[in-house]
Design a binder for this molecule. Sequence first.
Ligand code: 1HN
Length: 347
Amino acid sequence: MEPELGRLEDLPADYRETLTARHLVPLWPSLRAVLPPHVPARRTQPVHWAYAALRPLLMRAGELTPIEKAERRVLVLANPGHGLEKMQASAAMYLGMQLLLPGEWAPSHRHTPNAVRMVVEGEGAWTTVEGEKCLMQRGDLILTPTGLWHEHGHDGDAPVVWLDVLDLPLVYYMEASYVVPGARQAVRPEHGEHRWRRAGIAPSPVFTRSDKPFPLLRYPWAEVREALLQLAAESSGDEAVQVTYVNPETGADAQAILGFYALLLRPGQTLALPARSPAQVFHLIEGSARVEVAGQRFTLAPADTCCAPGFEPVTLTNLHPDAPSFVFIADESPLHRKLGVYEVRGG
Ligand code: 1HN
């Protein structure tokens, strides 16, 4: 047990008032709050957002608010532990479900926070990132990293929905979050996913050098799914079957702050993840899965999303007895590792 420390009320009122007037604060009454013993205080609560409940509200937003009045038509998945107005899923992660209707265009801009899109439903939409037109199909992961121009359009005939994951809360906290509006981009005939078609075969810049900090912007789900199925076929029963979305040029995480992964749960598999310092987000791409964390138990249907605070073990179960389930995961690991605060407990 840590010894109890002096309280603010223990100090004479005139002393406290003088400190306040001089912009000074005694540490000891607040020391245990900012530095709790052994386990950090976490605002992030386990929360489940069911797509079946969210979708009609998003479609209603499509009727209520034209794209010109929204710029980005998004319902934010806000963790009540942080306060809804903060628009945070966790300390560093922002989540939103974005709707684009046929014929709509979300204008070009670039900003300091990094974003990714995980396509949830619909066909025919595209995101142009720095002149590269990325098709949006179910399960695709598309990066719009810090500082790159991006805009969304839709040539199909049914609503398109995607999940946005941004490091906005962190960048905003750092007082570094801002946007630059821009003009419609000229599309260049470039496709990173073609240039980086196969691991182990890298384009050789013999005549031209690209110097792109983000050489791969679109990770097609068809390829990720196939890679997971191959891994599952070639590994033993209890091993976790997971891939990380990486920068193919460096092998590092695809983005600097948040990490992105795709997980295959074998039929009936239960996967016990150790408590780790970063918070996590789970989004079910295909199948049926249970997520147990901090005394909560969520059953994820396709397109459902939930979040888990850091420093809590998480148990994932595939509820399909005879088919794999596929989970997209986002977490704060790259940030924790860079800052030197990454931890795994009892793993
Ligand atoms: C943004 O730029 C997009 O480009 C979506 O689609 C959501 C949330 C906060 C800040 C910027 C987009 C965003 C965002």
